[in-house]
Design a protein around this ligand. Structure first.
Ligand SMILES: Nc1nc2c(ncn2[C@@H]2O[C@H](COP(=O)(O)OP(=O)(O)OP(=O)(O)O)[C@@H](O)[C@H]2O)c(=O)[nH]1
Ligand SMILES: [Mg+2]
Length: 215
């Protein structure tokens, strides 16, 4: 692949990520682990949605340098009912999805089809990563890893086996999703390209637009 100049990522990449999956699969717990590095064993169902922010840096997956990611996490309630009426409001503007199942409850994997398709109805196809959470309870496993991998393949992606309780693979799963988004969805910044061709080098740091998205 052609190397993209690092000027492309002078500014942070903003991305809204939605967490989807059935109730109690561990969406809130994974967000809390990633953002605050903490875990609570009590189950407090999310009502509506909880929004969290996290900044982190990655090696640019398409070229030189580092990329700063400004992630806004929408942790959405897994209980059905009136939530379904609000899908449009929740999913609008979503750039990428973490679709989470609980490896100790079989139906939570199958239901990810419903969840991902609900997002796609609003956003079109966006990058997804499948998470098999509660891997610390793998002695109670109710699905094969091969089934998780097959679902991931269907959605053109990979999967991670995570534990919000121990922290296993949590950070890596977020990083993998951000990399997929950058590689698949971000076009080189038109602003950066214009600056390269038309603006004197001393002025190059003054552009107003950050990375732009492919249609
Ligand atoms: N052992 C174990 N328990 C977990 C893990 N992740 C979450 N839990 C527990 O599972 C329960 C549900 O976790 P939540 O994070 O609230 O689940 P949720 O998906 O946000 O649920 P809703 O908000 O109702 O949709 C809580 O009791 C958590 O402590 C994990 O990786 N391992
Ligand atoms: Mg929750």
């Amino acid at each position: 692949m052609e190397e993209i100049p690092s000027v492309e990522f002078e500014r942070p990449v903003k991305m809204k990520v939605c967490f989807v999956g059935d109730f109690a699969v561990g969406k809130t717990s994974l967000a809390e682990r990633f953002v605050h590095n903490r875990f609570r064993s009590a189950y407090v169902p999310t009502i509506g949605t909880q929004i969290m922010k996290k900044q982190f840096t990655l090696a640019n997956p398409r070229g030189r340098g580092m990329v700063q990611i400004d992630m806004v996490i929408w942790d959405i309630m897994g209980q059905k009912g009136f939530r379904e009426l609000l899908n449009e409001a929740y999913f609008h503007g979503t750039r990428a999805v973490l679709a989470i199942c609980d490896v100790t409850r079989e139906e939570t994997l199958e239901n990810l089809n419903y969840w991902i398709d609900s997002v796609y109805k609003v956003t079109g196809k966006v990058p997804v990563r499948i998470l098999g959470n509660k891997w610390d309870l793998k002695h109670q496993l109710k699905m094969d890893e091969a089934e998780i991998a097959a679902l991931a393949k269907k959605y053109d992606t990979g999967h991670s086996l995570t534990s919000a309780r121990t922290g296993r693979n949590v950070e890596r799963a977020f990083y993998a999703l951000a990399e997929k988004y950058i590689v698949e969805k971000l076009a080189p910044s038109k602003a950066a390209q214009a600056e390269e061709t038309a603006v004197a080098p001393a002025e190059q740091s003054r552009g107003t637009s950050s990375v732009e998205e492919a249609a």
